[in-house]
Design a binder for this molecule. Structure first.
Ligand code: NAP
Length: 242
């Protein structure tokens, strides 16, 4: 029994480990970050080449199921896998970690709306944690930005007043609190990634009364089968490949 596991998350790594040794897992990573945390078992890295590429890959290396445990914002990969699996009749599951309750955050649709909200609310010192590709939307916002990303954003895409911090979670509450204080942050912009690894920034913002602008998750494709935990994904794979 063999599955293709679309990964890049801690849940995907846990799932790969949990399914061994009974099920052969081929994990796939986008290859966005240098030196990624690797799951156990076989790993392939890099895009497939759109729907045509994934279709060819699945025809060359048939699997009993595909589990999509990519980041909740990896909407293109999820849409492609959903469509190709439906077309080929390959059982398909999305493992999506639960979203954070937004609390008092201003929830917006995308990075552009987040930038408009920051400008409209008049924030001056903004902690931007939406990733290297999310910073460009803030280029023309008149505020100072602390931009945290795993890999360096393109300098040409950044707002004129900023500082970049390169780092990768997990983050600790005390460190997040110190960072917000040190830079006198008055607003945090974040995705709704869910999980515990990047959650402490929200708790620190709540403690300090820092406003939060939260970019909502892209919707999942209609009708896709979804579970919210690694346990449920293990059960589904076990049943499906029995
Ligand atoms: P995406 O926009 O859905 O994917 C773009 C392309 O990357 C896909 O079409 C596919 O290329 C390739 N790809 C993505 N995941 C793959 C996988 N597991 N295996 C093989 N190829 C894969 O996803 P993304 O570019 O990875 O990220 C989209 C958003 O999610 C970004 O905003 C990013 O910042 C965010 N994200 C955040 C985190 C995090 O915060 N930890 C982690 C990952 C992503 P082909 O079409 O060529 O197959």
């Amino acid at each position: 029994m063999r599955i293709l596991l679309l990964g890049g998350t801690s849940e995907a790594r846990t799932l790969a480990a949990r399914l061994r040794p009974g099920i052969e897992v081929i994990s796939s990573l986008a290859g966005r970050v240098p030196d990624p945390a690797l799951p156990v078992g076989e790993v392939r890295i890099g895009g497939f080449g759109g729907a045509d590429g994934l279709r060819k890959w699945l025809l060359d290396r048939p699997v009993d199921a595909v589990v999509d445990a990519t980041h909740p914002y990896a909407a293109t990969m999820t849409a492609t896998a959903t469509a190709v699996c439906a077309e080929l009749g390959v059982p398909h599951l999305v493992l999506a970690r639960p979203a954070w309750p937004p609390g008092d955050a201003t929830v917006v649709r995308d990075d552009a709306e987040a930038a408009k909200t920051i400008a409209a609310q008049g924030h001056q010192r903004v902690f931007l944690t939406t990733g290297r590709s999310g910073a460009a939307a803030f280029k023309d916002v008149d505020a100072w930005f602390l931009i945290r990303a795993v890999t360096p954003p393109d300098a040409a895409d950044l707002p004129s007043r900023h500082q970049v911090v390169l780092s990768r979670g997990p983050y600790r509450y005390d460190d997040e609190l110190a960072l917000l204080r040190e830079h006198r942050i008055d607003a945090l912009v974040t995705k709704n990634s869910g999980g515990t690894m990047t959650r402490p920034k929200l708790d620190a913002a709540a403690e300090l009364g820092v406003a939060v602008v939260m970019v909502d998750r892209p919707p999942l494709p209609a009708g896709v089968r979804t579970v919210a935990s690694v346990d449920a994904a293990v059960d589904w794979v076990t049943d499906t490949t029995r």
